[in-house]
Design a protein around this ligand. Structure first.
Ligand code: AMP
Length: 114
């Protein structure tokens, strides 16, 4: 996989406001927040999107979702509810090709998304 801004955050080359990290994943604030709380959760493993994940990645994907829930608790948005989104490819609106989950909260979300 080619280098992305997220691989540079993982290596420490690019700074980020990191809220959580463990051996499998990290969570940091989105630089252009779309809600009062907007955090990105990414695996350390360079998977481009869930489209590129295999059976061997199932535990990692589950772990990332658990990290999303932990971060939401940490951010104080869990009680009111929040949204977890992952964009895939062009029509999905993906702009950075390293798998990431957006955790958005602190306001009422609308549906359907645009
Ligand atoms: P997506 O459009 O789903 O690929 O989301 C990429 C997200 O990464 C966007 O919400 C951007 O605001 C965010 N982003 C881009 N560069 C950075 C950065 N250096 N630090 C934190 N978030 C970033």
């Amino acid at each position: 996989m080619t280098e992305t801004i997220f691989s540079k955050i993982l290596s420490g080359e690019t700074p980020a406001d990191i809220l959580f990290e463990d051996e499998l994943a990290i969570a940091f604030r989105d630089i252009t927040p779309q809600a009062p709380s907007h955090v990105l959760v990414i695996p350390r493993s360079p998977i481009q999107s869930i489209k590129h994940a295999g059976e061997e990645d199932c535990a990692l994907l589950g772990h990332c979702l658990r990290v999303c829930a932990k971060v939401a608790e940490q951010e104080g948005i869990a009680e009111d509810g929040y949204r977890v989104v992952t964009n895939i490819g062009d029509h999905g609106g993906q702009t950075i090709f390293h798998l990431h989950f957006h955790v958005l909260g602190g306001r009422k979300m609308t549906w359907p998304p645009g």
